[in-house]
Design a protein around this ligand. Structure first.
Ligand code: UT7
Length: 325
């Protein structure tokens, strides 16, 4: 039976020019390159310039994804931006990206699921494309986390970075089998009881300020390994694939030790895991599309590759998407 699938037609990314190394961090807070590398795997991160906004990063990433897809921006009828660091409280950063690309048809809106934002946004876009309501979507993860960091808190400020990544999705008729190209399965989850472990201590409706990121790193770490492994397991069971049939794991990039822990649990070799953490840090909703982009540029993504994406973040939110490139 013919079914619509959301096929990934192109990927693109953008990171701000300014690079901040661990040595630069050590000039600001009481930390060392050794500590950061050993505990997280991060060596450096990109930081947006004054005035450089989340939408600016998103637009640049979308432009590259559009060029690579060969699709005209005017043929895009859906723009979804996953971000926890919008340019403004409203309108949605997605509508600013839409306007920046010269698109004035269809719909644009933001998805807020912090580090799981890209997995959530892909899931929402896929649902809307499969029903036939839209035909071509830009799904972008864009963040300027540097704006919400407490630069005096060494436990958090060394972890995050700024950047954006985007994919172009197109609804295409397929056979409806697991060998199809496109998004094959996705699962999103949340549990709001864990808010106090990872949150921003401000907001227009509470403090009327932007606030700063607060995290109980050790507890988040524990939940991340557990919840991500669980949702990957569900994805494999639902689709009937074994972990060793996955060609490429494109995980959210929070901590190298989390990635290693999950890889050990699933028994997958390092050659199948995309790691960009070293040069990007944790870029929240941007981290998966930034990693997809790196895998594409390194020619690790081929037509037909089975790709598993997963993430966990504030809320808690978590989820996974299985797609065939
Ligand atoms: O993307 C959303 C999901 N986020 C995550 O998944 C993050 C998950 N958590 C983590 O990645 C890790 O928990 C961290 C990297 C945040 C922290 O690593 P940890 O091994 O859990 O360290 P810790 O928080 O238990 O702290 C150990 C020690 C503490 O010192 P004492 O109390 O043992 O004397 C900290 O004060 O390390 C100290 N510390 C630092 N030392 C040097 C914390 N941050 C730093 C730092 N430099 N930047």
């Amino acid at each position: 039976m013919a079914v619509n699938r959301s096929v990934i037609r192109g990927v693109g990314a953008y990171v701000p020019k300014r690079v901040m190394t661990n040595a630069d961090m050590a000039k600001i807070v009481d930390t060392t390159d050794d500590w950061i590398v050993e505990r997280t795997g991060i060596h450096s991160r990109h930081i947006a310039e004054e005035g450089e906004k989340t939408s600016d990063l998103g637009i640049a990433a979308c432009r590259q994804a559009l060029v690579r897809s060969g699709i005209d921006p005017l043929d895009i009828d859906l723009v979804i931006c996953a971000t926890a660091t919008p340019d403004r409280t409203f309108p949605a950063t997605a509508t600013r990206i839409q306007a920046g690309l010269g698109i004035n048809r269809g719909a644009a809106f933001d998805v807020q699921a912090v580090c799981s934002g890209f997995v959530y946004a892909l899931t929402v876009a896929d649902s809307l494309l499969r029903t036939g309501q839209f035909r071509r979507a830009l799904v972008v993860g864009a963040e300027t986390f540097s704006r919400i960091l407490d630069w005096s808190d060494r436990g958090t400020c060394v972890l995050f970075g700024d950047g954006a990544g985007a994919v172009v999705l197109e609804a295409q008729p397929t056979h409806g089998t697991r060998e199809d190209r496109g998004i094959l399965f996705s699962r999103i989850r949340s549990d709001g009881r864990f808010e106090d472990l990872l949150y921003v201590d401000g907001g227009p409706g509470s403090t009327k300020t932007t606030g700063h990121l607060r995290m109980n790193g050790r507890e988040v770490f524990r939940h991340a390994v557990q919840k991500i492994s669980g949702v990957i397991e569900e994805t494999l069971v639902a689709t009937g694939y074994a972990a060793d049939e996955i060609d490429l794991f494109v995980p959210h990039q929070a901590n190298k030790r989390i990635l290693d822990g999950i890889a050990r649990k699933l028994n997958v070799g390092p050659e199948k895991i995309v790691v960009t953490l070293g040069k990007h840090g944790n870029t929240s909703a941007a981290s998966i599309p930034l990693a997809l982009n790196q895998a594409f540029e390194e020619r690790r993504l081929k037509e037909g590759s089975l790709v598993l994406m997963e993430a966990m973040g504030g809320g808690f939110t978590w989820g996974a998407v299985l797609a065939r490139w």
